[in-house]
Write a protein that binds this ligand. Structure first.
Ligand SMILES: Nc1ncnc2c1ncn2[C@@H]1O[C@H](COP(=O)(O)OP(=O)(O)OP(=O)(O)O)[C@@H](O)[C@H]1O
Ligand SMILES: [Mg+2]
Length: 300
């Protein structure tokens, strides 16, 4: 496939103050970050942080309410997932659009089947499909012995890997992975992380969505941390350590708020009061949030 491009350079994708709301719910507010070719930008955040909303904007499912997307330096308006895909943005969703009972090679070409012959004689070229699938998987260092086996018999990590190899083969320039490791055990997660690195080394820009800093930090070049639709910061790797990031995500401030809230709700109930007190104490022990307040790229 394509030769690896040097990392860095101009951003492949730039998000400038992206906002999106659903009715009165602010799903995203003023989100900015960049993704470069040959680099991995991680998007971290807990449930409801806005991660899926963000990738739906990038993959053409939603239009942002405000803000700007620049792809290759030019303003981009992907009106549909097809348009985003045509521009080279491939999204691998957690539930993976694959057919479990179909062979690996069939799934690899699902929707883009190679054909041979002409007109009514046109047929799906199975030999080519098998050969290309095997070559592409091997090229990514993916060891699936038999591409005739149904996708349903692969492990979760292997399935994610096939999806990544497929995106690379069909010319993706930006690969978006929505929580590819969240349902996996440590070993399988490690396998997927390895393919993320492979994709990066092939020169793709990668957006890796996860709620796990332990998965993000080793492979990430940039980290956007979301909380309830807001950015807690957009950091280059040199600007934040793994510990700072973990602390930022599990920061004490939220616990403290929860403690106060419970306190208010508790009223005269001694049991609730005790719980509130305990949570507040825990929050104090944890200390305040990490570098969110004065982090280098934290929003002003
Ligand atoms: N189509 C929608 N209509 C209304 N509200 C929505 C819609 N999609 C998302 N939301 C709301 O926007 C917020 C962000 O949701 P989103 O799915 O982006 O979070 P997430 O970070 O992907 O969470 P999770 O880790 O649980 O997948 C949530 O409050 C959610 O309820
Ligand atoms: Mg989500």
């Amino acid at each position: 496939m394509t030769a690896a491009r040097p990392a860095g350079g101009d951003p492949l994708l730039e998000l400038r103050n992206i906002s999106k709301h659903f009715g009165s719910v602010i799903a995203l507010k003023d989100i900015s970050t960049t993704v470069r070719a040959g680099q991995v930008t991680c998007v971290l955040g807990d449930n409801g942080a806005g991660k899926s909303t963000l990738i739906k904007i990038l993959s053409g499912v939603f239009a942002p309410d405000a803000g700007e997307l620049l792809f290759d330096g030019a303003p981009a308006h992907f009106g549909s997932p097809r348009k985003a895909l045509d521009a080279g943005i491939a999204t691998v969703y957690q539930d993976l659009a694959m057919v479990p009972l179909m062979a690996v090679w069939r799934n690899f070409f699902l929707g883009s089947e190679p054909t041979k012959g002409w007109g009514p004689l046109r047929v799906f070229d199975r030999a080519t499909a098998r050969r290309v699938t095997r070559a592409e998987l091997a090229g990514m260092g993916i060891d699936i012995r038999d591409t005739d086996q149904p996708v349903g018999t692969l492990s979760g990590g292997e399935r994610q890997s096939v999806a990544i190899a497929r995106a690379v083969h069909f010319g993706a320039r930006l690969l978006i992975l929505d929580e590819p490791t969240s349902a996996l055990g440590v070993k399988q997660a490690g396998v997927v992380l390895r393919y993320i690195v492979q994709a990066r080394e092939r020169g793709l820009g990668v957006i890796f969505i996860t709620h796990n800093p332990q998965h993000a930090y080793p492979v990430g070049d940039r980290f956007l941390i979301l909380k309830r639709g807001r950015s807690l910061g957009d950091f280059a790797k040199s600007e934040i350590s793994r510990d700072e990031m973990t602390q930022l995500m599990a920061g004490g401030t939220e616990l403290e708020e929860l403690g106060h809230e419970l306190d208010r709700v508790a009223g005269d109930d001694p049991a609730m009061g005790a719980v509130a007190e305990q949570i507040t104490a825990e929050a104090v022990a944890k200390g305040p949030d990490g570098p969110a307040v004065d982090g280098p790229a934290a929003p002003g």
